[in-house]
Design a protein around this ligand. Structure first.
Ligand SMILES: NC(=O)c1ccc[n+]([C@@H]2O[C@H](COP(=O)([O-])OP(=O)(O)OC[C@H]3O[C@@H](n4cnc5c(N)ncnc54)[C@H](O)[C@@H]3O)[C@@H](O)[C@H]2O)c1
Length: 216
């Protein structure tokens, strides 16, 4: 996005990024710091997830980092209550892990999401909340390109839970007027992406194989 447009929208604004030390969250943090925003990052740093201090190296002295878990309902009100924007990116991202640990996926991708919305309903109805959803819950495409009319047929636990997380955001807009929106991301890739294992999608893994000169 054009830096001037970013600055117009975010200069001086208080922004919380949940999952802010992960791949997408850290790239967003760097852009927002550049645009003059006052940025706080929340991340639980579970070892197999994408959170990594390396990701925020360029802005490490220019952001506040809160190492906490979004499932902790006691921390969230303090972090959420005074923010103009909340980019809600924290998530269990691995479709494979969601099948081996379905309840963990549900707690992070459903329960914690609902907690954040409840906290915003109570303490901060004015924040703009952007949720990162996924194209995955459409399932195997029945036609291309997949559009928003396509049937929802998740192929795994993660798809069901991400759809629930998204729908809570949409419901809280319709019923309570919270300023929520949801983006259905698809196979995002780029710098700071987790590539140390192959359970977070194929692109990062293929890139690692190519860099190491291994067979894809
Ligand atoms: N990368 C993609 O292609 C893609 C596609 C569709 C949707 N998404 C969504 O975008 C968001 C960000 O994905 P990403 O690719 O940057 O993944 P990532 O794993 O790099 O980042 C997610 C971050 O969330 C943190 N986190 C997880 N559970 C947490 C919790 N309970 N409390 C606090 N922090 C927690 C992790 O530590 C990690 O840093 C996710 O919600 C994901 O579902 C990503």
């Amino acid at each position: 996005m054009n830096p001037d447009v970013l600055a117009q929208n975010f200069k001086g604004k208080r922004v919380l990024i949940t999952g802010g030390l992960g791949f997408i969250g850290s790239n967003l943090a760097i852009k927002l710091v550049d645009s003059g925003a006052d940025v706080t990052l929340l991340d639980s740093m579970q070892p197999e997830f994408g959170g990594n201090l390396f990701n925020i190296a360029p802005v490490k002295d220019l952001v506040r980092v809160n190492f906490s878990d979004m499932r902790d309902v006691h921390t969230l009100p303090y972090l959420a209550k005074d923010k103009d924007f909340i980019f809600n990116l924290s998530g269990q991202v691995s479709h494979i892990d969601s099948m081996t640990e379905p309840l963990v996926d549900m707690e992070i991708n459903v329960k914690a999401q609902l907690s954040l919305l409840e906290i915003c309903r109570e303490y901060n109805k004015e924040a703009v909340i952007v949720y990162t959803s996924t194209r995955q819950f459409y399932g195997r495409p029945k036609y291309l390109p997949v559009d928003e009319q396509h049937p929802i047929e998740p192929t795994d636990i993660n798809g069901i839970n991400k759809f629930s997380g998204e729908q809570y955001h949409i419901l809280y807009n319709r019923v309570y007027g919270l300023k929520t929106t949801s983006l259905r991301l698809t196979n995002t890739f780029g710098p700071r992406q987790l590539i140390k294992h192959n359970r977070q999608g194929f692109i990062g893994w293929f890139i690692k194989k190519a860099v190491c000169g291994e067979l894809i």
